[in-house]
Design a protein around this ligand. Sequence first.
Ligand code: BGC
Length: 508
Amino acid sequence: MGRKAVVAAILAAAAVCAVAGVAVGRRVRSKRKWGRVIGVLKDLEDSCDTTVGRLKQVVDAMAVEMHAGLASEGGSKLLMLLTFVDNLPSGREKGTYYALDLGDTYLMALRVQLGGHRPSILAHDVERQSIPEHLMTSKGEDLFNFIASVLEQFIEREQNGSGFPLDKRRNLAFTLSFPVKQTSISSGILMKWTKGFSIDDMVGKEVVECLQDALMRRGLNVRVDTLVNDTVGTLAVGHYHDVDTVAAVVIGTGTNACYLERTDAIIKCQGLLTASGSMVVNMEWGNFWSSHLPRTSYDVDLDADSPNPNDQGFEKMISGMYLGEIVRRVILRMSQDSDILGHVTSKLSVPFILRTSLMAAMHEDDSPDLMEVNRILRDTLEVPEVPLKVRKLLVNVCDVVTRRAARLAAAGIVGILKKIGRDGSVGITGGKSRSDSKMRRTVVAIEGDLYTKYSMFKEYLDEAVDEILGGEVAQHVILKAVDDGPGIGAALLAARNSPEDVDTAQML
Ligand code: BGC
């Protein structure tokens, strides 16, 4: 071999080595990056830890806070609001009642016909209207004018079918799914907004008056005689179907719970008298807080960036408004720490772009190659196709976030059961021992898309309630999904509250 040939061979070998070196270097770097991403997932898993032990601490904290909120005004982050609902529907309700349900992104108008004996719900019509986004942050009057116009159209459309004369006065129940300090079954003051609503001039106002004025401006002969929270409507409809229903939970855009409490346990309202000796309490559990809650850096940042920092902490870990956003924040961190999603797209940095319904669709994608995950990444986040192992990783992120949410909601439910002595143990102020408290059949009505439409969420929640209570007690606790609860329940309560069915709640 000549010199030239030797040199050429050496150069060629060096080039091969260099290429191989680059490839190896790239592999090592990409392995390192993948390791970093796995590290992000691992950290997330660790900080979302919801072992049964931890859940039991949350259960205890919930029960303790309930006591504190009932003991004094402002005694707890749980508002524990009076609802003036002391009697739940019996099945004997009669007449035609209307309801307006203002919950989050939509408004529902309902008409419910009740026959007077079971099954007393003869018919019901529902119309759903999205609330234009600008109205959620505008002036109170604009929002109430919109609500009145939706009811007006609903009534106009029924003229052909309902047989209800136009000039006859209609009774209406108003479901308002925000914290309201009620002064009676038909009046209350808005305390604050949640779920992205922010209409400053409404806070502190009497909400029924605002609605009544707007209806009058439209010339509608409608009297608003019942005001309820969505959880209370859900409890009413749950109890109507099953008299063992003692509590109701909503897990939708926001989250909250209510339950039937003995009036003598509502210490902050000494002298509260009801014929039944009990009253439904709206807990506003979205604002629950405890150091036992497993909080991540993503929760801290989400809260700091929200319009209501340090508020609704439990809701921000559990409800549909926030779960997709937590996942987006984790994915953003992963893509900043590595190139698993290619370059960081500008869409990935847009808050709330990954709605919880899309996150649930990614989580529940059962196609072998996770094509739904791909589609959502492409269409919503403008992320080009990524390898299967990355798609699997993202499904894992959704799983961790949803599992934590569902298990915390389960702990909240068991907390209520503990407070009312239905968890198989002794209530925290009770004096009975385990052996003399026989477990009664106990039903909790649950409303909201996360529980009724997101099967993985439901599975995790049901499973956690079983784990916390233990099989023997859990067999007496029934979690019942309820659809369209708040509106129909509110109409049932309006009927209960009509002059024939006198409301007896009063303060001495
Ligand atoms: C509100 C509650 C409501 C819940 C579910 C929360 O943000 O504060 O009043 O019941 O959402 O809609």
